[in-house]
Design a binder for this molecule. Structure first.
Ligand code: NAD
Ligand code: IPM
Ligand code: MN
Length: 347
């Protein structure tokens, strides 16, 4: 039997609840398809930070490197540890160290789910650049606390980085409906975003079968609300992709539905799978976190590992569950009830 070794990093807040809800479903779907999942759990989190002074051990990245994939809940507990410490100590370094440069975030309505738009006909795949751009961390502050204080955060876009994410997005568009929306703010940001637009045009020449349209981020935000059915693949920089995918989650019916895969397309290191949402401190410990985003992210993990049948089984079970109205209204159903229903639907 093929065995995949998975590193579980449940993290903070609702992270452990959604990982614990999703894991038995993934295990069962895998075993029904003659695949074994072997979990190793890492308690890296803000609590771990309080105990040890770090979000993960110094050799944390090297430890994770030995796994086939990482399945992560959420990181952050801003009341106890500043986000600038927790996220830069765990989630962001994993994406970077493992060259998980393609963050794939699908947005469509599951059966029974009601987005605020009350429409069902959209199927968007957001491809977010995941290792550079606005998240490069370059910058600093001078003259702290004085009237002359200045804070600088420099977005860094490399040719290698922009070209590889655009090619990835063109390839995805080719596999789907052949339409690519490339999102920038090149009317205001004249270096980085103009560069992105130029690279899009250059690479488009290799994809005559893909219809590419440039959009400004502000106009794209409106389009995702007003006309989401006109979109197929949407590619954007790190920050713009981050914002658009919470918007994508909203039109799906909420953050509890939005899944994501941090992919290293070259497979030189493990990829990481996690819901789009965060640790949701406002509902942590209430037992009402929607586990569907985590379960769907787990299905994306199975797919990436080559267990496509198991992934399809998980999604069929999720859809059978939401079609019954379970998990479709924020806060209505308990995490466990939704997860049990998906497990039942799996058979
Ligand atoms: P959030 O996504 O945690 O929460 C936003 C809103 O969505 C909240 O009202 C929350 O209750 C709701 N929500 C989120 N997930 C839900 C679910 N599964 N079911 C039902 N409702 C859900 O965003 P935030 O409040 O901005 O961030 C909280 C913390 O999480 C911060 O520390 C932030 O930095 C961190 N964060 C981490 C990740 C990650 O680890 N990938 C992602 C986003 C935010
Ligand atoms: C996400 C999150 C992270 C991001 C934060 C927590 C750093 O919002 O995965 O969408 O911006 O990438
Ligand atoms: Mn986000």
């Amino acid at each position: 039997m093929k065995t995949y070794r998975i590193a579980l990093v449940p993290g903070d807040g609702i992270g452990p609840a959604v990982i614990d809800a999703a894991w038995p479903i993934l295990e069962r779907a895998a075993s029904r398809n003659a695949i074994a999942l072997e979990a190793t759990r890492f308690p890296w989190s803000c609590e771990f930070y309080h105990e040890t002074g770090a979000m993960m051990p110094a050799d944390g990245i090297e430890t994770l490197r030995g796994f086939d994939a990482v399945f992560l809940g959420a990181v952050g507990w801003p009341a106890k540890v500043p986000d600038s410490v927790s996220l830069h100590g765990l989630l962001l370094p994993i994406r970077k160290a493992f060259a998980q440069y393609a963050n794939i975030r699908p947005h469509r309505l599951l059966p029974g789910a009601e987005g605020p738009l009350r429409r069902e006909e959209f199927d968007i795949l957001c491809i977010r650049e995941n290792t550079e751009g606005e998240y490069s961390g370059a910058g600093g502050r001078v003259h702290l606390g004085t009237p002359e204080e200045v804070a600088v955060e420099t977005a860094i876009f490399t040719r290698v980085g922009v070209e590889r994410i655009l090619r990835f997005a063109f390839d995805e568009a080719r596999k789907r409906r052949g339409k690519l929306a490339s999102v920038t703010k090149s009317n205001a940001q004249k270096h980085t975003m103009v560069f992105w637009d130029e690279m899009t045009k250059l690479i488009a020449a290799d994809y005559p079968d893909v219809e590419v349209t440039p959009y400004h981020i502000d106009a794209m935000a409106a389009r995702m609300v007003m006309a989401p059915e006109t979109l197929d693949v949407v590619v954007a920089s790190n920050l713009f992709g981050d914002i658009l995918t919470d918007l994508g989650a909203a039109i799906q019916g909420g953050l509890g539905f939005a899944a994501s895969a941090n992919i290293n397309p070259d497979r030189t290191a493990p990829s990481m799978f996690e819901p789009v949402h965060g640790s949701a401190p406002d509902i942590a410990h209430l037992g009402i976190a929607n586990p569907i985003a985590a379960i769907w992210s787990g299905a994306m993990m199975l797919e990436h590992l080559g267990a496509g049948e198991a992934a399809a089984d998980v999604m069929r079970a999720v859809e059978a569950t939401t079609a019954r109205g379970l998990g479709t209204m924020p806060g209505k159903d308990k995490t466990d009830r939704i997860a049990d229903a998906v497990l039942d639907a799996l058979g």
